[in-house]
Ligand binder design. Structure first.
Ligand code: WQD
Length: 343
């Protein structure tokens, strides 16, 4: 009997790619999503890749009655919790929305787990919890710094909620995955990053500029203390990232660890600057990218990249795709969106 996994936020960017990898690893998947930042059409793309249409309910994780009905309908072996508001800038403007949505969603899910005997929850966290690192690469023991935004603070508080809940004796396990910068799209170009409105993140803004939807990319500062003055990030392929979630679910459901809570940094271990990534895009697309240097963006970290040894050696996962191939997948996805008339 296939194990059944609840994926919250499963029509989103990382969620949808994780659903594909879960299905291809033999899991049955149920997606819930409130579609506030994604489109149910993603289900068609997932089905075209795997041949299996995941079950889907439009549901908001802050809706406890809705969750109770869902847990009466299904018996879940595990949960992967992606559903959250995630725009750093927006969180500064709308902190209460972020605290209510991101904290209450997790609290509701945790509360359901013991009575429904759900064994474990994989939590989607972020390198944002580290703030501006004292040094790089950064491992899981690096100090947690005061968050630079309400969004980052909700990730920190969520991790504490999980730790405290399990410390109180709750019969559940958790694996917390701290992502660095997820980019790219599934190689089939059937699913990818599709932010609603003007992209906040770098790569969708690059590809939308490359295809002419956006006039020009603004590079937020080249006066940082880095080789070319632009910020440095650890850009990780979204399919590699999705595969790490399957490893985490397996680790929990097959009791591969005695630790009730484990934390893993998910990155390539290599830092790349914004300007280097732009140059890479120009190489893979074969065209210059119209961009200009502007002032710094408030809240940006200067440089951060992962020390992925723990994920490599304990979780048994390693990033495989090169950033060049990843940028090619992002560009192929953008071209497919134009072919389909989506944008
Ligand atoms: C990367 C770099 C910008 C846009 C955030 C969250 C993280 C995760 C990913 C949700 C920065 C520069 C960007 C642009 C630019 N969020 N940039 N022009 O801020 O590293 O991470 O998004 O899962 O938790 O913290 O990602 O892509 O916004 O920015 O110059 O138009 O690109 O200044 O240096 P970030 P990003």
């Amino acid at each position: 009997m296939a194990k059944k996994i609840l994926v919250t936020g499963g029509t989103g960017y990382i969620g949808s790619h994780t659903v594909v990898e879960l299905q291809q690893a033999g899991y049955e998947v149920v997606i819930i999503d409130n579609l506030s930042n994604s489109n149910a059409d993603v289900l068609e793309g997932i089905t075209r890749i795997t041949g299996k249409r995941p079950l889907f309910d439009k549901l908001d994780c802050t809706d406890m009655d809705g969750l109770k009905a869902l847990f009466r309908k299904h018996t879940f072996d595990g949960i992967i919790h992606f559903a959250a508001s995630k725009a750093v800038g927006e969180s500064v403007q709308k902190p209460l929305l972020y605290y209510r949505n991101n904290l209450l969603s997790l609290i509701n899910l945790l509360e359901m787990m013991p009575e429904h005997k759900v064994k474990g929850i994989v939590f989607s966290s972020s390198c944002t919890v580290y703030g501006e690192p004292d040094s790089n690469p950064i491992d899981e023991n690096a100090p947690i710094k005061p968050a630079a935004s309400p969004y980052g603070n909700t990730k920190q508080i969520n991790e504490e909620i999980i730790q405290d809940f399990i410390h109180s004796g709750a019969p559940v396990k958790s694996i917390i995955l701290r992502y660095f910068n997820p980019i790219g799209a599934h190689p089939s170009a059937e699913i990818g990053e599709l932010p609603l409105g003007v992209p906040q993140n770098l790569v969708p803004y690059i590809t939308q500029t490359g295809i002419g939807i956006r006039k020009q990319l603004s590079v937020f500062g080249n006066d940082y203390n880095t080789a070319d003055g632009s910020c440095i990030r650890d850009f990780i392929n979204v399919v590699d990232l999705a595969k790490a979630h399957v490893k985490a679910i397996e680790r929990m459901l097959e009791d591969q660890s005695d630790e009730p809570v484990e934390i893993f940094n998910l990155g390539t271990g290599t830092g790349l600057s914004v300007l280097e990534l732009i140059a890479l895009f120009e190489k893979v697309s074969g065209k210059p990218l119209n961009h200009q240097i502007v002032g710094r963006r408030e809240g940006d970290i200067e440089q951060i990249w992962a020390q992925p040894d723990k994920a490599n050696n304990v979780l048994g996962w390693k990033a495989e795709m090169t950033v060049e191939d990843t940028m090619s997948s992002a560009w192929k996805w953008q071209l497919r969106l134009r072919e389909k008339g989506v944008m």
